[in-house]
Structure formats: structure tokens, C-alpha cells
Design a protein around this ligand. Sequence first.
Ligand code: EPS
Length: 404
Amino acid sequence: MIRFLTAGESHGKALTVIVEGFPSNILVEQDKINYELKRRQMGYGRGMRMKIESDEAEILSGIRFGKTLGSPISLLIRNKDWENWVTKMSHSVPESDAEKITIPRPGHADLVGVTKYYFDDIRNSIERSSARETAARVGAGSIAKLFLEKFGIRVQSFVESIGGVYPSVSLYDRLCENLNLSAEEINVISGRADESCVRVLDKIQEEQIIEKIKEAKKNGDTLGGNFCVMATGVPPGLGSYMHYDKKLDARIAFSIMSIPAVKSVEIGNGFLNADLPGSSAHDEIINDNGVFSRKTNRAGGLEGGITTGQNILVRASMKPIATLMSPLNSIDLLSGEKVQSRRERSDFVAVPACAVIAESMLAWTLSEAMIEKFGGDSIEETFENYKNYCDNLELKIIQNFNKK
Ligand code: EPS
């Protein structure tokens, strides 16, 4: 089993992540980790923090001469903003009283945090619930992506909508209906998304979204949106229906829903299928030149919690950022009286970043399932096991049915 553990507060000295369980000899280039961290920082509509930070991972352990050792990998991502917070985030009791935050922002973890942990300062909640933690996750996810690359598995994403502005044609719907795109084709799509400042695929939509973000900013408001994450090259047979916590669709939903501000996740045509008769909702099974495949991919690459070999298709929604410059009403916890909520530096839109984080989470969950199925202490051994299973897979199934 692989696992990772992140630590760090948003304005603390640094974020760290320990990644454990990957086999030895995976090629890891530091530039590739930093490339993913950079992608997470981008997007039109981010706040001032992203101008302060230029996230880079320092590798502290687990990698030698560009390859994993099989030992825990630890990464350190320094917070440049720390120098402005040394006193406010001091580990020891400060000499003078620090300003306490007493007004919780609606939609944030502020009130639930102080309620649960019995804090007398909302800052204690803000620091760990901040989406800054996701930089460490992307560090872990970038290692997962490098592991998956060995098997030709790619995880990519694009933004489908921001602030209710959708493209004229939904690529995601087309992917579910009849497009089982190759890794190269999905690469092109994701490359196009990376070229857009809001990670959409349609130029007209991009312009409309930029206008919408400008308007939201002017009004002191924020926007959310939908994004799609896809994986190509995934072999059939990952995950299991044997028990609820082995189902890969459930595990994917969990990993994407765990990203701050994500409020819904669907796999394939999840929501649409609820309105359709079964005959229009399922994917006919075909023999595509010896490969058992499906005519459509409405199931998003998963049946019975197990991968079908089709592309994995996930769509999720991110709620608008909860910190508003024109705040909603709240209460002051000093008095219990109604007041306007607090303003605090934040993003106006973070959907493009959320899609990049979701790539990491999907890559992580698929890596877990790959290691579960194929094991191995070295990547060579994992690959050998994978090849043994995948080579002539359909032929082996037919032979099994024909054996006397
Ligand atoms: C973020 C860092 C945060 C926010 C944002 C994302 O930095 P700061 O709070 O110093 O401005 O910009 O966090 C949130 C939107 C949130 O709700 O926590 C980051 O690194 O992604």
C-alpha cells in the first residue's frame, strides 16, 4: 500500500509531505514535480498570495541519482510568505497579544473549526483548512504521475465552466458518448487547457469567463465552476466489487471530494444517467479487433467499482471561494451579535488550480490501485507483473471459458 501524509499551515514556515510505499527505481526528475506545482499556482482570478509564492519542492529523502529508493520520499515546499507571519504564527507564546479573529466567514471551516477544536481564535482553524495544503498533495501526486507514466497511464484535466459559463459543446459529454480518446489526443486537450489562463478549451468561452471574473471582482464576489479529470491507458481490473471500500469509483469520488471547496463528483454520465432509461444509459460491449471494449463510455471507465479499460472520466464541481470582499452576514463570537463577515486576502476563482489538484488526487488513487493489483518492490517487478496480466488478456479469458 502507498500512503502520504502532509503537514504544514498556510502561513507557517513550510509544507511537507511524506510519500511512502512506491517501489524502487521510478525515475523522478525534480523539474517534473516543480512543473506540477507551478501549474497549481496558475489561473486568472487568483489572489495576491500566488504572486508571493513560487512553489518549489526540495527533495529531502527517498530519491538517489534520479530514482526512488523504495524508502519514504519527503518533500519540503517553503512558504515565502512566512517571513511576513513570523510573529503571527510563532510557535512560542508571543510577547504582545496577537490580534484574534472572532468573526467566522460563511462557507469556510471557521465556525465549525472553532466549535470542534475549542479555539478562541479563528486563525487556528484557517491555517490548516486553507487550500494551501494542496501544494503538498500535488507534490505527492506528481510522484504518482511519474509512477503511472511507466505503464502509459496519463492523468489530465480541463475546466468545463466557471461562473455558469459553459462551452457551446461539452467535450466531457462527448467523451462519455463515443470518444475513447488515445493518450496522445488527451495530451493535446490538456495542453490546450494549460495554454488557457482559465484552463478551458474554447476561446470564446475563455473571453466570456474573463469578463465574468472581472465583474465578480468588481462586485467583491467570487466564482466556482466545474472541471473534468481523465485518465487514459488504465488497464481493466483495478479496484474491486468485493467490499465497499475496495470500489475504485467510491475511492476516486472520495479523493476528489477531499479537495477544499469540491461539493460534487460524478463518474461518467453520473447525473445524466439518472434521467435516462437503461437502454440509453449503459455501454454496449464490443469486440474491437480482439480487445473487449465498450461502444460508449457513459460509465466513465468503471463498472462494479472496477476499471473497464476505457478512459476514466470524472467531473466535479467547486463552490465559489468563501472569502468575499463584499461579505455576507455572520456573527461576532465575542458577543454573538450579527455583523458583516471578515475580509481576508484570498482568490476570486481557483477552479483551474482545483482541476490540477484533482489530477494529482486521481493519479494517487490509480497508483494505489495499481500497486494493490501488481505489487512489486522495484518498478521492474511491478511492470513484469503488469505485463503478465495484460498480455493477451482477452485471449486468456476466452481460453478459460473454453477449457474442458
Ligand atoms: C492558497 C493559498 C491561500 C489562498 C487560497 C489558496 O493563501 P492566502 O490565504 O495567504 O491568501 O490564496 O486559499 C483559499 C482560497 C482558501 O480558501 O483557503 C493556495 O496556495 O492555493
